[in-house]
Write a protein that binds this ligand. Structure first.
Ligand code: GP9
Ligand code: MN
Length: 428
Protein backbone atom coordinates (compact mmCIF):
# COMPACT_ATOMS: atom_id res chain seq x y z
CA UNK A 1 0.00 0.00 0.00
CA UNK A 2 0.95 3.67 -0.11
CA UNK A 3 3.02 3.47 3.10
CA UNK A 4 5.22 0.82 1.47
CA UNK A 5 5.90 3.39 -1.22
CA UNK A 6 7.13 5.77 1.50
CA UNK A 7 9.83 3.32 2.65
CA UNK A 8 10.93 2.84 -0.97
CA UNK A 9 11.14 6.60 -1.43
CA UNK A 10 13.08 7.01 1.82
CA UNK A 11 15.62 4.37 0.70
CA UNK A 12 16.02 5.94 -2.75
CA UNK A 13 16.41 9.42 -1.26
CA UNK A 14 19.05 8.12 1.14
CA UNK A 15 20.96 6.47 -1.72
CA UNK A 16 20.55 9.25 -4.27
CA UNK A 17 23.74 10.46 -5.98
CA UNK A 18 24.16 13.56 -8.18
CA UNK A 19 23.90 12.96 -11.92
CA UNK A 20 26.98 13.43 -14.09
CA UNK A 21 27.21 17.16 -14.94
CA UNK A 22 29.84 16.48 -17.60
CA UNK A 23 27.53 14.24 -19.65
CA UNK A 24 24.18 15.81 -18.72
CA UNK A 25 22.17 16.57 -21.87
CA UNK A 26 24.97 15.78 -24.38
CA UNK A 27 22.47 13.63 -26.38
CA UNK A 28 19.49 15.97 -26.03
CA UNK A 29 17.01 15.52 -28.89
CA UNK A 30 19.04 12.71 -30.48
CA UNK A 31 17.39 9.51 -31.66
CA UNK A 32 18.05 6.66 -29.21
CA UNK A 33 18.49 3.08 -30.40
CA UNK A 34 18.72 0.31 -27.78
CA UNK A 35 20.45 -2.59 -29.49
CA UNK A 36 19.83 -5.83 -27.56
CA UNK A 37 22.70 -8.28 -28.12
CA UNK A 38 21.12 -11.62 -27.24
CA UNK A 39 23.17 -13.80 -24.82
CA UNK A 40 26.29 -11.76 -25.58
CA UNK A 41 29.04 -11.78 -22.95
CA UNK A 42 31.92 -9.36 -22.44
CA UNK A 43 34.62 -12.04 -22.97
CA UNK A 44 33.69 -12.11 -26.68
CA UNK A 45 35.03 -8.57 -27.11
CA UNK A 46 38.50 -8.86 -28.73
CA UNK A 47 38.22 -12.68 -28.42
CA UNK A 48 40.06 -14.56 -31.18
CA UNK A 49 39.33 -18.01 -32.54
CA UNK A 50 40.09 -19.81 -35.82
CA UNK A 51 42.71 -17.15 -36.59
CA UNK A 52 40.25 -14.26 -36.54
CA UNK A 53 38.33 -11.85 -34.30
CA UNK A 54 34.96 -13.36 -33.48
CA UNK A 55 33.27 -9.95 -33.36
CA UNK A 56 35.30 -7.40 -35.37
CA UNK A 57 32.39 -4.96 -35.83
CA UNK A 58 31.57 -4.77 -32.12
CA UNK A 59 35.28 -4.61 -31.27
CA UNK A 60 35.62 -1.56 -33.53
CA UNK A 61 32.65 0.13 -31.85
CA UNK A 62 34.00 -0.83 -28.40
CA UNK A 63 37.36 0.86 -29.04
CA UNK A 64 36.05 3.88 -30.94
CA UNK A 65 36.83 7.32 -29.44
CA UNK A 66 33.12 8.27 -29.59
CA UNK A 67 31.94 5.17 -27.71
CA UNK A 68 31.62 4.98 -23.94
CA UNK A 69 32.47 1.31 -23.23
CA UNK A 70 31.98 -0.19 -19.78
CA UNK A 71 34.26 -3.12 -18.95
CA UNK A 72 32.83 -3.78 -15.47
CA UNK A 73 29.18 -3.88 -16.48
CA UNK A 74 27.20 -6.92 -15.32
CA UNK A 75 23.99 -8.67 -16.23
CA UNK A 76 21.63 -8.92 -13.24
CA UNK A 77 18.93 -11.19 -14.61
CA UNK A 78 17.08 -13.92 -12.73
CA UNK A 79 15.05 -16.70 -14.34
CA UNK A 80 13.28 -14.13 -16.54
CA UNK A 81 16.43 -13.84 -18.74
CA UNK A 82 15.61 -11.42 -21.60
CA UNK A 83 12.41 -10.32 -19.85
CA UNK A 84 14.36 -9.35 -16.72
CA UNK A 85 16.87 -7.44 -18.84
CA UNK A 86 14.03 -5.50 -20.49
CA UNK A 87 12.38 -4.81 -17.12
CA UNK A 88 15.65 -3.48 -15.69
CA UNK A 89 16.71 -1.44 -18.70
CA UNK A 90 13.35 0.27 -19.18
CA UNK A 91 12.13 0.62 -15.59
CA UNK A 92 15.27 0.41 -13.44
CA UNK A 93 13.37 -2.23 -11.43
CA UNK A 94 14.77 -5.74 -10.91
CA UNK A 95 13.05 -8.83 -12.29
CA UNK A 96 11.80 -11.16 -9.54
CA UNK A 97 13.74 -13.91 -7.79
CA UNK A 98 11.19 -16.42 -9.03
CA UNK A 99 9.39 -16.10 -12.34
CA UNK A 100 9.39 -13.32 -14.94
CA UNK A 101 7.96 -10.05 -13.56
CA UNK A 102 7.19 -8.94 -17.12
CA UNK A 103 4.79 -11.86 -17.48
CA UNK A 104 3.25 -11.90 -13.99
CA UNK A 105 2.86 -8.12 -13.56
CA UNK A 106 3.46 -6.63 -17.02
CA UNK A 107 -0.21 -6.50 -18.00
CA UNK A 108 -1.82 -5.11 -14.86
CA UNK A 109 0.82 -3.00 -13.03
CA UNK A 110 1.36 0.74 -13.35
CA UNK A 111 4.81 1.54 -14.73
CA UNK A 112 6.78 4.73 -15.44
CA UNK A 113 8.92 3.15 -18.15
CA UNK A 114 11.41 4.50 -20.69
CA UNK A 115 9.15 4.33 -23.78
CA UNK A 116 6.47 6.45 -22.02
CA UNK A 117 9.00 8.87 -20.47
CA UNK A 118 10.68 9.43 -23.86
CA UNK A 119 7.28 9.68 -25.58
CA UNK A 120 6.20 12.36 -23.10
CA UNK A 121 9.38 14.24 -23.97
CA UNK A 122 8.72 14.43 -27.71
CA UNK A 123 9.97 10.99 -28.79
CA UNK A 124 8.18 8.28 -30.75
CA UNK A 125 8.82 4.92 -29.08
CA UNK A 126 9.04 1.60 -30.96
CA UNK A 127 10.17 -1.94 -30.20
CA UNK A 128 11.25 -4.50 -32.81
CA UNK A 129 11.55 -8.25 -32.35
CA UNK A 130 11.31 -11.15 -34.80
CA UNK A 131 9.42 -13.45 -32.46
CA UNK A 132 5.68 -13.72 -31.73
CA UNK A 133 4.34 -10.71 -29.76
CA UNK A 134 3.11 -12.85 -26.87
CA UNK A 135 6.53 -14.18 -25.92
CA UNK A 136 7.37 -12.93 -22.41
CA UNK A 137 3.97 -11.15 -22.52
CA UNK A 138 5.62 -8.33 -24.49
CA UNK A 139 2.44 -7.25 -26.29
CA UNK A 140 0.71 -6.50 -22.97
CA UNK A 141 3.75 -5.26 -21.04
CA UNK A 142 4.70 -2.85 -23.84
CA UNK A 143 1.26 -1.21 -23.58
CA UNK A 144 1.90 -0.70 -19.86
CA UNK A 145 5.31 0.73 -20.73
CA UNK A 146 3.83 3.07 -23.34
CA UNK A 147 5.42 1.84 -26.55
CA UNK A 148 3.75 3.62 -29.48
CA UNK A 149 4.73 0.76 -31.83
CA UNK A 150 5.75 -2.89 -31.46
CA UNK A 151 6.90 -4.57 -34.68
CA UNK A 152 6.86 -8.33 -34.10
CA UNK A 153 6.67 -11.45 -36.28
CA UNK A 154 3.53 -10.49 -38.25
CA UNK A 155 5.29 -7.36 -39.55
CA UNK A 156 8.08 -9.39 -41.17
CA UNK A 157 8.04 -11.57 -44.25
CA UNK A 158 8.36 -15.18 -43.05
CA UNK A 159 9.83 -18.03 -45.08
CA UNK A 160 10.91 -21.46 -43.83
CA UNK A 161 14.66 -20.68 -43.77
CA UNK A 162 14.21 -17.11 -42.50
CA UNK A 163 13.95 -18.18 -38.87
CA UNK A 164 15.97 -20.26 -36.45
CA UNK A 165 15.40 -20.91 -32.73
CA UNK A 166 13.10 -18.24 -31.25
CA UNK A 167 12.61 -16.11 -34.32
CA UNK A 168 13.84 -14.41 -37.46
CA UNK A 169 17.55 -14.59 -38.21
CA UNK A 170 19.17 -11.33 -37.11
CA UNK A 171 20.38 -10.19 -40.56
CA UNK A 172 16.88 -10.51 -42.02
CA UNK A 173 15.24 -9.04 -38.92
CA UNK A 174 17.50 -5.97 -38.91
CA UNK A 175 17.28 -5.37 -42.66
CA UNK A 176 13.46 -5.34 -42.52
CA UNK A 177 13.34 -3.41 -39.24
CA UNK A 178 15.44 -0.65 -40.84
CA UNK A 179 12.62 -0.01 -43.32
CA UNK A 180 10.20 0.67 -40.46
CA UNK A 181 12.76 2.56 -38.39
CA UNK A 182 13.46 5.14 -41.05
CA UNK A 183 9.75 5.97 -41.30
CA UNK A 184 9.39 6.74 -37.58
CA UNK A 185 8.89 10.41 -36.66
CA UNK A 186 12.08 11.75 -35.07
CA UNK A 187 13.36 11.84 -32.47
CA UNK A 188 12.62 8.16 -31.84
CA UNK A 189 13.42 5.78 -29.00
CA UNK A 190 13.74 2.37 -30.68
CA UNK A 191 14.65 -1.02 -29.20
CA UNK A 192 15.92 -3.76 -31.53
CA UNK A 193 15.91 -7.23 -29.95
CA UNK A 194 18.10 -9.81 -31.71
CA UNK A 195 17.66 -13.53 -31.10
CA UNK A 196 19.94 -15.75 -33.29
CA UNK A 197 22.77 -15.85 -30.74
CA UNK A 198 20.64 -17.93 -28.40
CA UNK A 199 21.12 -21.25 -26.64
CA UNK A 200 21.99 -23.84 -28.03
CA UNK A 201 23.59 -21.60 -30.71
CA UNK A 202 22.53 -23.44 -33.83
CA UNK A 203 23.16 -21.87 -37.24
CA UNK A 204 22.67 -23.09 -40.80
CA UNK A 205 25.82 -23.99 -42.71
CA UNK A 206 25.67 -21.13 -45.21
CA UNK A 207 25.64 -18.60 -42.35
CA UNK A 208 28.60 -20.15 -40.52
CA UNK A 209 31.80 -18.17 -41.15
CA UNK A 210 34.02 -19.36 -38.30
CA UNK A 211 34.86 -22.85 -37.03
CA UNK A 212 33.15 -24.14 -33.89
CA UNK A 213 35.34 -24.13 -30.78
CA UNK A 214 36.74 -27.47 -29.64
CA UNK A 215 35.70 -27.72 -26.00
CA UNK A 216 33.70 -30.84 -26.87
CA UNK A 217 30.58 -29.37 -25.22
CA UNK A 218 27.97 -29.26 -27.98
CA UNK A 219 25.98 -26.43 -26.34
CA UNK A 220 29.13 -24.25 -26.09
CA UNK A 221 31.01 -24.88 -29.32
CA UNK A 222 28.44 -23.17 -31.59
CA UNK A 223 28.53 -19.94 -29.53
CA UNK A 224 31.32 -18.31 -31.58
CA UNK A 225 29.39 -19.03 -34.79
CA UNK A 226 26.15 -17.34 -33.77
CA UNK A 227 28.10 -14.55 -32.03
CA UNK A 228 29.99 -13.87 -35.28
CA UNK A 229 26.73 -13.94 -37.20
CA UNK A 230 25.23 -11.42 -34.76
CA UNK A 231 28.34 -9.28 -35.15
CA UNK A 232 27.99 -9.35 -38.94
CA UNK A 233 24.37 -8.28 -38.62
CA UNK A 234 25.51 -5.36 -36.41
CA UNK A 235 28.02 -4.38 -39.11
CA UNK A 236 25.35 -4.43 -41.80
CA UNK A 237 22.98 -2.41 -39.61
CA UNK A 238 25.62 0.24 -38.84
CA UNK A 239 26.42 0.57 -42.56
CA UNK A 240 22.72 1.11 -43.21
CA UNK A 241 22.44 3.64 -40.36
CA UNK A 242 25.31 5.64 -41.90
CA UNK A 243 23.92 5.43 -45.45
CA UNK A 244 20.45 6.49 -44.27
CA UNK A 245 21.87 9.67 -42.73
CA UNK A 246 20.40 8.72 -39.34
CA UNK A 247 23.74 7.91 -37.66
CA UNK A 248 24.76 11.53 -37.12
CA UNK A 249 21.61 12.26 -35.07
CA UNK A 250 21.49 8.98 -33.18
CA UNK A 251 22.88 7.65 -29.90
CA UNK A 252 23.04 3.85 -30.10
CA UNK A 253 23.27 1.77 -26.91
CA UNK A 254 24.51 -1.81 -27.28
CA UNK A 255 24.10 -4.15 -24.35
CA UNK A 256 24.38 -7.89 -23.74
CA UNK A 257 21.25 -9.07 -21.93
CA UNK A 258 22.78 -11.93 -19.92
CA UNK A 259 25.34 -14.72 -19.99
CA UNK A 260 25.45 -17.00 -23.04
CA UNK A 261 27.28 -19.90 -21.44
CA UNK A 262 26.00 -20.74 -17.97
CA UNK A 263 28.33 -21.49 -15.07
CA UNK A 264 27.40 -25.18 -15.30
CA UNK A 265 29.80 -25.67 -18.22
CA UNK A 266 32.86 -25.01 -16.03
CA UNK A 267 35.21 -27.38 -17.87
CA UNK A 268 34.26 -26.10 -21.33
CA UNK A 269 34.51 -22.44 -20.25
CA UNK A 270 37.91 -23.02 -18.67
CA UNK A 271 39.11 -24.47 -21.98
CA UNK A 272 37.52 -21.62 -23.95
CA UNK A 273 39.24 -19.02 -21.77
CA UNK A 274 42.53 -20.92 -21.62
CA UNK A 275 42.28 -21.26 -17.83
CA UNK A 276 43.17 -24.40 -15.90
CA UNK A 277 40.20 -23.96 -13.60
CA UNK A 278 36.91 -22.05 -13.45
CA UNK A 279 35.44 -21.64 -9.96
CA UNK A 280 32.47 -19.76 -8.47
CA UNK A 281 34.49 -16.53 -8.26
CA UNK A 282 35.40 -16.82 -11.95
CA UNK A 283 31.75 -17.42 -12.80
CA UNK A 284 30.72 -14.24 -10.98
CA UNK A 285 33.28 -12.24 -13.00
CA UNK A 286 32.05 -14.07 -16.13
CA UNK A 287 28.67 -12.30 -15.74
CA UNK A 288 30.09 -9.20 -17.44
CA UNK A 289 28.21 -8.17 -20.57
CA UNK A 290 28.99 -5.25 -22.87
CA UNK A 291 27.46 -1.84 -22.49
CA UNK A 292 28.57 0.49 -25.28
CA UNK A 293 27.08 3.96 -25.78
CA UNK A 294 28.05 5.22 -29.24
CA UNK A 295 27.27 8.67 -30.63
CA UNK A 296 29.19 10.82 -33.11
CA UNK A 297 30.93 13.54 -31.06
CA UNK A 298 30.54 11.74 -27.71
CA UNK A 299 33.58 11.93 -25.40
CA UNK A 300 34.12 8.16 -25.31
CA UNK A 301 36.64 5.78 -23.77
CA UNK A 302 36.70 2.67 -21.59
CA UNK A 303 34.86 3.41 -18.33
CA UNK A 304 35.82 1.10 -15.46
CA UNK A 305 32.94 1.89 -13.10
CA UNK A 306 31.24 -1.21 -11.70
CA UNK A 307 27.58 -1.21 -12.68
CA UNK A 308 24.74 -3.20 -14.17
CA UNK A 309 21.55 -3.26 -16.21
CA UNK A 310 19.61 -1.59 -13.38
CA UNK A 311 21.70 1.57 -13.96
CA UNK A 312 21.03 2.09 -17.69
CA UNK A 313 17.77 4.08 -17.51
CA UNK A 314 18.99 6.88 -15.20
CA UNK A 315 22.14 7.08 -17.34
CA UNK A 316 20.18 7.48 -20.61
CA UNK A 317 17.77 10.03 -19.12
CA UNK A 318 20.69 12.17 -17.97
CA UNK A 319 22.45 11.87 -21.35
CA UNK A 320 19.29 13.00 -23.16
CA UNK A 321 18.60 15.78 -20.63
CA UNK A 322 15.19 14.38 -19.61
CA UNK A 323 14.19 15.42 -16.08
CA UNK A 324 12.61 12.76 -13.87
CA UNK A 325 13.29 14.03 -10.34
CA UNK A 326 12.59 11.54 -7.58
CA UNK A 327 11.69 8.73 -9.99
CA UNK A 328 11.24 5.28 -8.44
CA UNK A 329 14.34 3.80 -10.09
CA UNK A 330 16.86 1.59 -8.29
CA UNK A 331 19.77 2.32 -10.60
CA UNK A 332 22.23 5.20 -10.54
CA UNK A 333 23.80 7.18 -13.37
CA UNK A 334 26.80 5.13 -14.54
CA UNK A 335 28.64 8.39 -15.23
CA UNK A 336 28.12 9.89 -11.78
CA UNK A 337 31.46 10.16 -9.97
CA UNK A 338 29.73 9.50 -6.63
CA UNK A 339 27.87 6.34 -7.67
CA UNK A 340 27.67 3.24 -5.49
CA UNK A 341 29.63 0.55 -7.36
CA UNK A 342 28.14 -2.50 -5.62
CA UNK A 343 26.46 -4.57 -8.35
CA UNK A 344 23.57 -6.64 -6.98
CA UNK A 345 22.89 -10.03 -8.54
CA UNK A 346 19.31 -11.29 -8.41
CA UNK A 347 20.17 -14.03 -5.87
CA UNK A 348 21.73 -11.59 -3.36
CA UNK A 349 25.31 -12.19 -4.50
CA UNK A 350 27.26 -9.11 -5.61
CA UNK A 351 30.43 -7.80 -7.20
CA UNK A 352 32.05 -4.51 -6.15
CA UNK A 353 35.51 -3.15 -6.99
CA UNK A 354 36.84 -4.65 -3.75
CA UNK A 355 34.63 -7.60 -2.82
CA UNK A 356 32.69 -10.40 -4.50
CA UNK A 357 30.05 -12.46 -2.69
CA UNK A 358 29.04 -15.91 -3.98
CA UNK A 359 26.70 -17.68 -1.57
CA UNK A 360 28.32 -17.57 1.85
CA UNK A 361 31.84 -17.08 0.47
CA UNK A 362 33.49 -13.67 0.07
CA UNK A 363 36.41 -13.00 -2.26
CA UNK A 364 38.79 -10.15 -2.94
CA UNK A 365 37.64 -8.98 -6.38
CA UNK A 366 41.10 -7.93 -7.52
CA UNK A 367 42.94 -11.15 -6.53
CA UNK A 368 40.13 -13.74 -6.47
CA UNK A 369 41.38 -14.86 -3.05
CA UNK A 370 38.81 -16.18 -0.59
CA UNK A 371 38.50 -13.89 2.46
CA UNK A 372 38.80 -16.15 5.51
CA UNK A 373 38.20 -14.77 9.06
CA UNK A 374 38.15 -11.12 7.95
CA UNK A 375 39.32 -8.48 10.43
CA UNK A 376 36.47 -6.65 12.18
CA UNK A 377 36.36 -3.58 9.86
CA UNK A 378 36.31 -5.80 6.75
CA UNK A 379 33.61 -8.00 8.31
CA UNK A 380 31.51 -4.87 8.98
CA UNK A 381 31.93 -3.74 5.38
CA UNK A 382 30.97 -7.16 4.02
CA UNK A 383 27.84 -7.23 6.21
CA UNK A 384 26.91 -3.70 5.10
CA UNK A 385 27.28 -4.58 1.41
CA UNK A 386 25.28 -7.80 1.90
CA UNK A 387 22.48 -5.92 3.67
CA UNK A 388 22.51 -3.10 1.11
CA UNK A 389 21.99 -5.59 -1.74
CA UNK A 390 19.28 -7.51 0.14
CA UNK A 391 17.42 -4.27 0.90
CA UNK A 392 17.72 -2.98 -2.66
CA UNK A 393 16.30 -6.23 -4.08
CA UNK A 394 13.47 -6.56 -1.59
CA UNK A 395 12.33 -2.94 -1.98
CA UNK A 396 12.41 -3.30 -5.76
CA UNK A 397 10.32 -6.46 -5.41
CA UNK A 398 7.81 -4.61 -3.23
CA UNK A 399 7.34 -2.00 -5.98
CA UNK A 400 6.43 -4.78 -8.42
CA UNK A 401 4.47 -7.18 -6.21
CA UNK A 402 2.68 -4.30 -4.47
CA UNK A 403 2.11 -2.37 -7.73
CA UNK A 404 3.29 0.70 -5.81
CA UNK A 405 3.68 3.04 -8.78
CA UNK A 406 -0.12 3.40 -8.91
CA UNK A 407 0.27 5.54 -5.75
CA UNK A 408 2.99 7.77 -7.24
CA UNK A 409 2.05 10.64 -9.56
CA UNK A 410 5.13 12.80 -10.15
CA UNK A 411 4.68 16.11 -11.97
CA UNK A 412 6.95 14.99 -14.82
CA UNK A 413 4.89 11.90 -15.76
CA UNK A 414 1.39 11.36 -17.14
CA UNK A 415 -0.10 7.96 -16.26
CA UNK A 416 -0.15 5.62 -19.31
CA UNK A 417 -3.58 4.76 -20.71
CA UNK A 418 -3.03 1.18 -21.90
CA UNK A 419 -6.23 1.15 -23.95
CA UNK A 420 -4.67 3.73 -26.28
CA UNK A 421 -2.22 1.19 -27.72
CA UNK A 422 -2.70 -1.56 -30.29
CA UNK A 423 0.13 -3.39 -32.05
CA UNK A 424 -1.87 -5.49 -34.47
CA UNK A 425 -0.76 -5.12 -38.09
CA UNK A 426 -3.77 -3.70 -39.94
CA UNK A 427 -4.73 -6.03 -42.80
CA UNK A 428 -2.93 -4.78 -45.92
C1 GP9 B 1 12.45 -14.75 -27.43
C2 GP9 B 1 13.73 -14.29 -26.81
C3 GP9 B 1 13.98 -15.16 -25.59
O1 GP9 B 1 11.56 -13.77 -27.76
O2 GP9 B 1 13.73 -12.92 -26.45
O3 GP9 B 1 15.20 -14.87 -25.03
P1 GP9 B 1 15.59 -15.46 -23.58
O4 GP9 B 1 14.67 -14.84 -22.56
O5 GP9 B 1 15.39 -16.97 -23.66
O6 GP9 B 1 17.03 -15.08 -23.41
MN1 MN C 1 18.10 -13.35 -23.70
Amino acid sequence: NASDLKSVQAYLKQNQVPLSAEYGGVAKGKNVIIFHLESFQQFLIDFKWDGQEVTPNLNKIYHASDTLSFDNFFNQVGTGKTADAEMMLENSLFGLAEGPAMVQYGTTNTFQAAPAIFNQNGYTSAAFHGDVPSFWNRDNAYKSWGYNYFFSSSYYQQKSDYSIGYGLKDKIFLKDSAQYLQQLPQPFYAKLITVTNHYPYLLDKENQSIAKTDTGDSTVDGYVQTAKYLDQSVGEFMDWLDASGLAKNTMIVFYGDHYGISGNHKKAVAKLLGKDSFNNFDNAQFQRVPLMIHMPGLKGGINHTYGGEIDVLPTLLNLTGIKDTDSIQFGQDLLSPQRNQTVAFRNGDFVSPDYTKVGSTYYNTKSGEIIKDPAAPVKTTLDELTNHVATELSLSDSVITGDLLRFYEPAWFKKVDKTKYSYKKSKA
